[in-house]
Design a protein. Structure first.
Length: 502
């Protein structure tokens, strides 16, 4: 199986998984709101975010392990692969025990934070059942997930994840309809998701003949602690908003945040899914010193990602509030219509996605230690600004904190890539940025010129779909116009690919 085929399989399976994730992510919270109310939905979201702080490895040490595996896998060096796998397993098991201690601390302290709304035992048991699958993921399957990803076989895990997600959604809905408690529903979710790392472990052990007789005389994963430090900063970044709202606001506001986050996080994950195969492809090119091919591939990926992000998030900015109006219809225990917050959180996540090509290449090159300080600064910006602004501006304040942090790191990564890896001119990024802003402003002008045409006619999903089709069509037209001006060469290749290849 060649590199192009693997890229297509990884991209397609990852995209399918994220689409299913988004669909299920909309369905289950709506059922939770209907059967258990906003306070319980906010509690579940808050616990999930607090547990997110212990997800230390997947994008931190996991990314370092993955970048370390690119070269030995490309050279079929099973000895080095075995050393990396054994070191990775040992590290993740240690992390898993630390997770147990963290869960124990949470069980003792977290229920005290929510006693105004729920009794201590209710929250403690819920926290325990939600944490089961998190522990299993890191103790059993993390190393083998990373190994498959590094070998451009990520589609194996995406297929497993997709099946588990569908089963989980079906069983949870049935349990809620049968009157099961939230604890039973979440325990079912955890047990289904425990099967994923078990299956990944079995598959990887059959494919790779790891030599466990090798003695580790030195550490084969050189920058794992730098990767861990970066990911801790990343976890802080992603989870700051919910934690700040939990500590300084209300569970109802956490629920409001969670509903909007379903939309923007789902879209972010959808775009992230397209980079999963690209990361291992870049890593393979770097391992083989294919500099020219890397530059050409990066230019194509950069243009595609900027175009996609602006298209998706500009449409989201216009549709997110109408969607939430429909999604939360007849739910009156919290005010879910917060337009300014919706626009700010959409903009923040758009900035995050715009940096993905630069972030992916820096990680594929294994430059964790060199970029560690910027990740920490990003987390500090988010925490400090969010805490400072949550009191005067509430939900909008934490969104501003997220935006400020993500803007800083995006600009830093562009600068770092220019000076250390691809040595590209900053003007390449500036040109993309100008095109992005022109596309968004042109869409805004177009919709503002016809306000009656772009209004939700009634509070129903069918009316929202009609509105979404109108906004999408307008966005496609504006993107064609702007890209025709700024990137005519790329547009010709996209629209007339067959002719361009002749």
């Amino acid at each position: 199986m060649n590199r192009k085929t693997k890229l297509m399989l990884n991209s397609a399976s990852s995209l399918l998984y994220q689409l299913i994730t988004i669909v299920c992510g909309f369905i289950l919270p709506r059922f939770l709101l209907t059967y258990y109310g906003s306070a319980v939905n906010g509690l579940v979201s808050s616990i999930t975010q607090f547990l997110g702080f212990i997800s230390l490895a997947e994008c931190g040490v996991g990314a370092v392990v993955q970048s370390t595996l690119y070269k030995p896998l490309a050279e079929n060096d099973i000895t080095t692969v075995s050393k990396v796998v054994m070191s990775s397993e040992r590290f993740f098991k240690r992390i898993a025990y630390i997770l147990l201690a963290y869960i124990g601390v949470l069980m003792a302290v977290y229920p005290l934070l929510t006693m105004d709304s729920f009794d201590y035992l209710f929250t403690l048991v819920l926290l325990l059942v939600i944490s089961v699958s998190t522990f299993a993921r890191y103790y059993i399957g993390m190393t083998y997930k990373i190994l498959l990803d590094a070998d451009q076989l990520g589609f194996v895990q995406y297929i497993i994840h997709t099946v588990a997600l569908v089963f989980n959604t079906v069983f949870c809905i049935l349990l809620m309809q049968w009157g099961a408690s939230i604890h039973i529903v979440k325990l079912t979710t955890s047990l289904i998701f425990v099967l994923q790392p078990v299956l990944l472990s079995v598959i990887a052990k059959k494919k790779y003949k790891i030599d466990r007789s090798i003695k580790l005389t030195e550490e084969p994963i050189k920058q794992k602690w730098n990767g861990l430090a970066q990911h801790i900063a990343g976890v802080v970044l992603i989870n700051t908003d919910t934690v700040v709202l939990t500590l300084f606001s209300s569970l109802e506001n956490v629920s409001v945040y969670a509903v909007y986050n379903i939309v923007v996080n789902g879209i972010r994950q959808l775009i992230l899914s397209l980079t999963n195969g690209i990361r291992s492809m870049f890593g393979n090119m770097l391992a083989k010193n294919e500099t020219d091919e890397l530059n050409r591939s990066f230019n194509r990926v950069e243009w595609f990602m900027h175009t996609l992000v602006i298209f998706v998030f500009s449409v989201t900015a216009f549709l997110i509030v109408p969607f939430v109006k429909v999604y939360t219809a007849n739910i009156t225990d919290a005010d879910y219509i917060v337009p300014v917050f919706a626009y700010m959180i959409t903009l923040a996540q758009a900035i995050y996605c715009l940096r993905l090509p630069y972030y992916v290449l820096v990680n594929a090159a294994g430059h964790y230690k060199e970029t560690q300080t910027s990740a920490i600064i990003e987390a500090v910006i988010n925490v400090s600004v969010s805490v400072a602004l949550v009191f005067p501006f509430g939900l909008t304040g934490v969104a501003i904190g997220t935006f400020a942090a993500m803007l800083y790191r995006t600009l830093y990564l562009v600068w770092y890539l220019k000076n250390n890896i691809l040595f590209r001119r900053i003007s390449c990024f500036v040109k993309h940025l100008i095109a992005d802003m022109c596309s968004a402003l042109l869409l805004l002008a177009f919709i503002s010129a016809f306000p009656s045409l772009y209004r939700l006619s009634q509070l129903s999903y069918s009316a929202w779909v009609v509105l979404a089709l109108k906004v999408t069509a307008a966005s496609v037209i504006t993107l064609i116009i702007v890209n025709g001006i700024f990137y005519s060469k790329e547009m010709k290749k996209l629209l007339f690919r067959k002719n361009a290849n002749k």
